[in-house]
Design a protein around this ligand. Sequence first.
Ligand SMILES: [Zn+2]
Length: 638
Amino acid sequence: MECRASPRGDRRHPRAGTQRSPRTGAGSSRFLCSATLILLLATPGGAALDLKGSLSTTTPPLAAVPGAAARDATRAAASPPTLTRPETPAAAALPPASTAPAAAPLSRSSTSAPTPASTALGAAQAGDAAAASPLPPTPRLVVPAEAPSTDPWYRAGAARVAALTRQHAGPARRRARNVLLFVGDGMGVTTVTAARILAGQERGLAGEEFSLAFETLPQLAHAKTYNTDSQVPDSAGTMTALTTGVKTRAGMIGLDAGAARGDWRAVAEHLVPTLFEQAERAGLSTGVVTTTRVTHATPAACYAHIPHRDWELDATLPADARAAGFPDIARQLVESPAGDGLDVVLGGGRALFLPRGQTDPEHPEQAGARLDGRNLTLEFRARAPAETAVVWTASGLRQALDATPPPRRLLGLFAPSHMAYAVDRERENQDEPTLATMTRAALRVLAARARPWILMVEGGRIDHAHHDGNAYRALDETIEFSDAIASALEEIDLDDTLVIVTADHDHTFSMGGYPRRGNPILGWVVESDGKGGARPRAVDDAGAPYTTLAYANGPGAARPATDPATTNPQDPDYRQRALVPLEMESHSGSDVAIYAGGPGSELVRGTVEQNVIYHVIREALGDALQPSEPTRPVPPPD
Ligand SMILES: [Zn+2]
């Protein structure tokens, strides 16, 4: 029996009403994709503070206002910015953030002066955006239009796609008008399998026979995900491979592998244009949708160029970079020099766009986090005020889309930090849209622009739940991601739109034991007796029951909950057992799948380096990105 997922609107959670277990509250942890980094947060007073064990009380900027309600403290603790110690010795020795000047020193009159160290910092123009800012213009990145055709990773990726084209693209092939790239952050193959079973079981099926929406796409390949300096990758380096065609180091965004982490002075020589920047320059429309902060590594790699993924706002820049006016990721989003910048941006991360001291529009006990006094949401609007909508809630999004005419640019920031997990959105009655709703909204705005477009949609919190050793939320977020893809497939036409669904990397998630067919995927292992019945619950060598799902490392190793009298492994907050005790479960270096359909998808086959996906998209678009084509033909492979 073959079942297909179909959009179900606001999906209900069969176990959403289950009592939260205080012992394992998955909502009370924070996450970091580069798990080896030391977690430090700048306190409101500027001191660096090791967060281990002190999460709920010190999570500025998102809980910087004292007296936050318990729920919001939990929410903020679930998703603080992942601030880390700068890794270069010089940067590590810098004074605390608050002792540095809050505003960049370059004034309007100094825009023609050379910046301290980087020719990548160009003079800002006094335009609408500057008019919306209380501060003088600050230096901006100047991203080259040309693809890095001499980069060895770029050349190898282009050569692989040239070979695939010779072998598999017939003379009558169509080009793609639009591109829809879905990225399930941390969605390895085991996650897909387990989520498929959970989705089927939520429909009353045994589960194994079910298919998620993207599993119906006709093409399939494997991507090798390692970073140039890391056997097991992080999301910054992997997404840079997808969006720029070059592999790079872990933690780096929009820069080639020659850049050193944290070395902001040297970015000029390493800037690589993204697909989205090339599309903007060529007159296409562009959009980014995510459930994380829109400045988090995966969405940031669509538009930003920065040597440290954690520099999401100016408060997290090293003091010397901030003093020189080096643009943080949020600023790079609204200051994009390519075309008119991203046209649709939907996700979380509001605090990173609002000045410190400005009350959050939805949560009065929270406030903005920027030190430079700028309200970047006004600057986004100022690029085209008449056609731009800026919204904070699901209801605000509905109103904006109902307007006549509909907006042609849209910024939706639905939470101060990451958006809620789907299960918590429903439990806590948050006025946040589903990923499917955001995806439909983005497609509607892009359609209203009547130009070809490229859209990235990220299921961003699959990864976060895995880091917390919490399979329920990881699988539930994967189903949300599948629902968004199902919605999109109803809206778009595979005759003119290339759809690619992939993951940036895997996790140490495993599915094992010998559970019988239809056994609850989140449950204890119960084996078949081989005669149509079940054996007694399986136990390990120590006599304890065990679940089908487990992790090779993570928080589930410290206090494994295996007493069936007191433990329900299907509770949304249950943490699966793990082998190696780590505060945060890590990524895995396993290959991830690439699912594809539409024009150009015939090139998605075999086992390829992850950056080949970029070249497949370029090839599918043909001449559409012509203004940014390399000036020289790509050299043949060595
Ligand atoms: Zn991660």
